[in-house]
Design a protein around this ligand. Structure first.
Ligand code: UD1
Length: 424
């Protein structure tokens, strides 16, 4: 069945207990896939999550000329074959489905000298311009023309430049980084994004033969290399910190005790610190994070910020946790104005939340109650599932196709922890 027509049914259950393993990060694997455009040959990615966006990115790469062969049950292995026959055109039907499609811009432009790209889509949470991507590439010698909704980019050979971002944009950092790999001379990106997924991309590119210093810091220095000096590699995708937080939230709202295997505490320092303030006991382990939740959490105030701050992607999960915590929490969204849309759905479950522009005031209630709700995007969809775990009665979540874009078997993983949850 088309997952757009499916629903997830969650009933209130007791505390979740047990172990859950976190797969690779959506926001890393899609970028690694795009970066395979830089080199001919066979690339193998492992720990690839079994999510719909990987298939969409695979189809986009196939349209450009890279074959993909995916074995989700074999350590999440994805084999990408770049035979060198690249058509640098990213068609609208695929680009409009995921934001990460914009990540083919840097690799294609630096490799082919031209790209035709439709303006990207993805989660529908407010306006998501790409002006910083274009300004950075322009500083490196690219020219752009807008033609019937497509951006046509050209640059015979990009050159190094000093680029200072006004804001540490994840996507713009990735596009400039990949474009700079073959640029003539040195590119310096200041105020670069520092997300663990960007470090993963840097590590991958360096293993391929790129010359990059400062991965994971706010200054990236990329010395351009010749186009034939890269070779394909095998790379394991970094674990998904947002999926990890989802299982922590599941333990939290049920008063449970869960070990999140493969979660990397060093990638989640700020959210873990805030979860501890809410009353969770968080114990980093060699292979993950152990979480023990109290009967009732305490509220906190928080604001979303670029890494290492609290990522905007955690916010629906934390708002859900606050909705049943004791006290009042004030939440400030600094990245996307539209990212409070799911609040209306939480209200349907009995949450007490008021929003005003970039702010939400969450007054914890003693109990949520089940109702039909609709997932508006990936993370908010997961948060509604988590809310359903804590709600009295039955919660039916539609819009499951959004959840499938970013979650690898959310229902199965929660069921194995003891949740009363199914898909219909
Ligand atoms: C990525 C993640 C997304 C996450 C976000 C912030 C992927 C596929 N998506 O999105 O899940 O929520 O990082 O952690 O990895 N902006 C501009 N001009 C630009 C670029 C960005 O104004 O040229 C604005 C955006 O509209 C937004 C903010 O900057 O308000 C953050 O964008 P950015 O960091 O680029 O996020 P994405 O790469 O789109």
């Amino acid at each position: 069945m088309d997952s757009g027509a499916e629903v997830i049914v969650v009933r209130h259950a007791g505390p979740l207990r047990g172990e859950v393993t976190v797969p690779g990060a959506k926001n890393s694997v899609l970028k690694l896939m795009a970066a395979t455009l830089l080199t001919d040959g066979v690339t193998t990615l492992t720990n690839v999550p079994d999510i719909a966006d990987v298939a969409i990115m695979g189809d986009l790469l196939a349209a450009i000329g890279v074959g993909w062969d995916w074995h989700p049950t074999d350590r999440g292995t994805l084999v990408l074959t770049n035979g060198g026959q690249i058509t640098p055109v990213a068609p609208y039907e695929l680009v409009e489905r995921i934001r990460a499609s914009i990540n083919v811009l840097g690799p294609l432009l630096t490799r082919c000298g031209t790209v035709t790209l439709s303006l990207p889509g993805g989660d529908d949470f407010g306006s998501r311009p790409i002006d910083m991507h274009l300004a950075g590439l322009e500083a490196m010698g690219a020219t752009f023309e807008l033609r019937k909704g497509d951006v046509v980019a050209r640059a015979e050979r990009l050159h190094g430049a000093n680029i200072t971002f006004e804001f540490p944009s994840v996507g713009a950092t990735e596009n400039i980084l990949t474009a700079a790999v073959f640029a003539k001379g040195t590119t310096v990106i200041d105020n670069a994004a520092r997300e663990p997924e960007i470090s993963d991309l840097c590590n991958y590119l360096v293993a391929m033969g790129a010359d990059i210093e400062g991965g994971g810091s706010s200054t990236l220095v990329i010395h351009g290399v010749e186009r034939d000096s890269l070779r394909p590699v095998t790379h394991e995708v970094v674990p998904d910190r947002i999926q990890a937080a989802t299982y922590i939230a599941a333990a939290a709202v049920t008063g449970g005790e869960v070990v999140v295997i493969n979660a990397r505490p060093e990638h989640m320092e700020m959210p873990l610190r805030r979860f501890a303030e809410m009353g969770l006991t968080i114990t980093p382990q060699t292979n993950g994070i152990a979480v023990w939740a109290p009967e009732r959490m305490r509220s906190i105030d928080f604001a979303t910020l670029p890494y290492p701050g609290i990522a905007t992607d955690y916010k629906p999960l934390i708002v859900t946790m606050l909705s049943i915590a004791s006290g009042v929490g004030i939440v400030t969204e600094n990245l996307y104005p539209g990212r409070f849309r799911y609040v209306e759905e939480l209200l349907r479950l009995g949450a007490d939340i008021s929003t005003d522009g970039h702010h939400a005031v969450v007054r914890g209630v003693a109990q949520l109650s089940g109702a039909p709700v609709r997932a508006p995007d990936i993370r908010a969809g997961a948060a509604l599932v988590i809310a359903g775990l804590a709600a009295e009665g039955e919660t039916v979540i539609s819009g499951v196709d959004h959840i499938d874009r970013g979650y690898d078997d959310l229902v199965g993983r929660l069921a194995r922890l003891g949740a009363d949850i199914s898909r219909r």
